[in-house]
Design a protein around this ligand. Structure first.
Ligand SMILES: [Zn+2]
Length: 371
């Protein structure tokens, strides 16, 4: 009962934040202030009264029109508010109530959570990720509306991500002493050390506990870096940020070279930089591959339907990152062998770079043949 009230409240907060995100999507690419002036009708410029500014509901109560002059408001306002509300409620439900990441702390508190008593760590986990979700919604909206992702979204976003990484380093919300030592004992109490299976190669339920940041940036941790220290956290965020931006910039360079035209924008790289600062590099790296294939299909469909070549890539990248993060307890064990072997990683990067250049030249060849 109390839990249902919490979820409704989270939805309402999400919808209210969605109302603010609308203002950001509309004004940030134009480099206008989001705080002043307050919301107003784009047609008669009269301020919108408080009671006409209730998220989601006002749009329907007023029939999608301005009370003063009757000008129609874009449906976008309503959809962004509804989407943000649902996304917040969904995130809260999945991460805190269902505990999809399998946090031991939340599992122990499961009974209390069902009664509506949410431990503060649950709010931190939800809050930090809700900020990321909001930033992704703004970036996707800006890309769809203006084909541009303003740095005024991604730079503060990256800073907030790094701050979170520093404040709650892996294995938070676990006690750092609970993180398995590097001597590779599979679980406490086990007599035999399994040297062949160090902790970073074990399935998460046997090996390292997942924290607010899925994993530390590397295993075994380099000397001098201990689980739970802010230095490890900051480095996790920094590596995530670098991998996010360098990956997209590398792909952009290779592809532009081959196709002979600009592919991808720098805004896409900035988005992945921000996501990397929030999640660490592993979920972002995997998220790119989850997002890129539906994006390619959408690009082909769009090209046939409208002849428009410029696809908004950010919504797909954002979706890929969200899926990767929310499904990490399933995806993580599958990919961790790959992600912690430098030789395998290097091979994969070289192989995909070659594939990318080849396909880029093929696209160029097809254009040449056609035209
Ligand atoms: Zn008006």
């Amino acid at each position: 009962m109390f839990l249902a009230i919490w979820i409704l409240l989270v939805f309402a907060i999400g919808a209210a934040i969605g109302s603010f995100l609308n203002v950001c999507i509309y004004r940030l690419p134009l480099e206008k202030s989001v705080l002043w002036p307050g919301s107003r009708c784009g047609s008669c410029l009269k301020p919108i009264r408080m009671r006409d500014n209730i998220p989601v509901l006002s749009y329907w109560l007023l029939g999608g029109r301005c009370r003063m002059c009757g000008a129609e408001f874009s449906m976008q306002y309503f959809w962004v508010e509804l989407l943000t509300g649902l996304a917040f409620a969904g995130l809260f439900y999945l991460e805190v109530v269902v505990n999809i990441h399998g946090f031991g702390l939340l599992a122990r508190e499961a009974f209390n959570i069902e009664q509506g008593v949410i431990p503060w760590q649950g709010w931190v986990i939800f809050g930090h990720h809700a900020i990321l979700l909001s930033l992704l919604i703004v970036a996707a909206g800006c890309d769809l509306m203006h084909r541009e992702i303003p740095l005024s979204v991604t730079l503060p976003g990256t800073a907030i991500g790094l701050l979170g990484a520093t404040l709650w380093p892996w294995p938070w919300p676990y006690d750092a002493s609970q993180a398995l030592p590097m001597t590779a004992v599979a679980f406490p109490g086990q007599v035999q050390p399994v040297a062949a299976n160090p902790w970073w190669l074990l399935a998460p339920h046997q090996g390292p506990d997942m924290g607010l940041y899925a994993w530390p940036f590397w295993g075994p941790l380099p000397l001098g870096l201990e689980p739970g220290t802010w230095q490890l956290g900051l480095l996790t965020g920094l590596v995530g940020m670098l991998v996010g931006t360098m990956m997209l910039r590398g792909i952009r360079t290779l592809f532009s070279m081959g196709v002979g035209a600009e592919a991808l924008g720098l805004g896409d790289a900035d988005l992945m930089m921000m996501a990397g600062a929030f999640l660490g590099w592993q979920p972002v790296f995997v998220g790119f591959f989850i997002g890129v294939f539906p994006a390619m299909i959408a690009g082909i469909i769009q090209r046939f339907r409208t002849g428009d070549n410029a696809l908004a890539f950010v919504p797909w990248l954002a979706l890929g990152v969200i899926v990767s993060w929310l499904c990490w307890s399933t995806i993580g064990p599958v990919v961790q062998v790959l992600l912690f072997y430098p030789e395998l990683m290097l091979f994969m990067i070289v192989a995909s770079a070659v594939m990318m250049v080849v396909s880029a030249y093929m696209i160029r060849g097809m254009r040449w043949l056609r035209g």
